[in-house]
Design a protein around this ligand. Structure first.
Ligand SMILES: CC(C)(COP(=O)(O)OP(=O)(O)OC[C@H]1O[C@@H](n2cnc3c(N)ncnc32)[C@H](O)[C@@H]1OP(=O)(O)O)[C@@H](O)C(=O)NCCC(=O)NCCS
Length: 299
């Protein structure tokens, strides 16, 4: 008699399994259930493994069109081949009608990383995850020459901000995921119920030369996420990136006292941003590595 049964289903009772796996992988960031939800414009296939009594003991998701894979197995059911079997379902589906390449992320030195290294073809990039503890930190000054807003970009600044926002297209990234336009990113954030803050610098003509964004806590209370910070090439080398980030910290501490931690993710090769973060007091707590497999249809 098989130890488990795997079927494709919505699996609405997976929150606990998801939270436990997130706590293990994303520590010290408080876990949330975001990984189970597809983002705007994405679809997700999901397979659930259940023990004989119906309890969920593992699941796998395949997110389309990106090809992102997540496999989770309850700790007391590991190293019995269940993760590999779940992955076979994902691969079979991707081979039939999915992307040519699938990829997954895991923390370096974790069980997940051992699994990806054993079952995927090659590493695809890595990110440094850092954390800043805001508790007891004195707010610096908010630079009042900067413009700031909450939520979607105001109409008057939209054209200039859209241009500046295109910096994301060439920014160093830990994985090869495609960057979307400003409109799509704002739609996705609104769809996910996120609240976010933007601060930007402008030159004498009013053109936006740099900006920084932070997402406020939604499902993980007390933890905000530092999103992209960029300065246009012509305005670099004058401390603008640091000024933007310092002011954003002051805004968070003064106006959002419920935020206790700020987390951020940077491509391992992005030395300038890692250096700014280190000077601001961020400490590295995890390196996440992506692995990918190219699927070749034998037919
Ligand atoms: C990753 C995970 C799903 C593996 O589940 P599993 O059922 O234990 O996987 P399998 O038994 O099929 O393992 C397959 C192979 O992966 C490798 N592997 C699995 N766990 C490992 C570990 N802790 N250390 C090193 N290698 C490991 C081994 O080569 C293993 O083969 P072996 O047991 O014959 O040596 C499980 O550890 C987990 O849920 N981790 C948290 C979530 C996560 O990080 N997911 C990965 C990112 S998508």
């Amino acid at each position: 008699m098989p130890l488990w049964k795997i079927i494709e289903e919505a699996g609405n009772d997976l929150a606990e399994l998801c939270r436990t796996a997130d706590a293990e992988v994303y520590e010290p960031r408080p876990p949330d259930a975001r990984t189970l939800r597809p983002q705007h414009g994405e679809t997700q296939r999901r397979w659930v493994a259940r023990a004989g009594d119906g309890t969920p003991i593992g699941y796998a998701t395949l997110t389309l069109p990106s090809g992102k894979v997540r496999v989770v197995v309850r700790a007391d059911w590991r190293r019995r081949g269940l993760g590999s079997e779940l992955l076979q379902w994902v691969r079979a589906t991707a081979l039939a009608d999915g992307p040519a390449t699938v990829y997954g992320w895991a923390a370096e030195h974790s069980a997940g990383h051992g699994f990806l290294a054993a079952r995927f073809d090659q590493p695809r990039g890595s990110e440094e995850w850092s954390l800043l503890d805001l508790r007891g930190r004195q707010p610096g000054l908010i630079d009042d020459s900067l413009a700031g807003w909450s939520g979607p970009c105001p109409h008057a600044l939209r054209e200039s901000f859209s241009q500046a926002h295109r910096m994301l297209e060439v920014a160093p990234r830990g994985s090869a995921s495609v960057t979307a336009s400003l409109g799509v990113i704002e739609e996705r954030a609104a769809f996910a119920g996120e609240r976010w803050l933007t601060l930007c610098a402008r030159d004498h003509a009013g053109v936006i030369t740099g900006f920084t964004q932070v997402t406020l806590p939604s499902s993980a209370p007390g933890v905000a996420e530092q999103e992209f910070t960029g300065v246009l090439p012509a305005a670099r080398g004058r401390g603008l990136g640091r000024r933007l980030k310092t002011s954003m910290l002051a805004v968070l501490i003064r106006e959002h006292p419920d935020v206790r931690f700020l987390v951020t993710q940077n491509a391992t090769g992005n030395a300038p941003m890692l250096a700014i973060n280190q000077r601001l007091g961020f400490r590295l707590y995890q390196r996440q590595v992506a692995w990918e497999s190219r699927l070749i249809n034998p037919g």
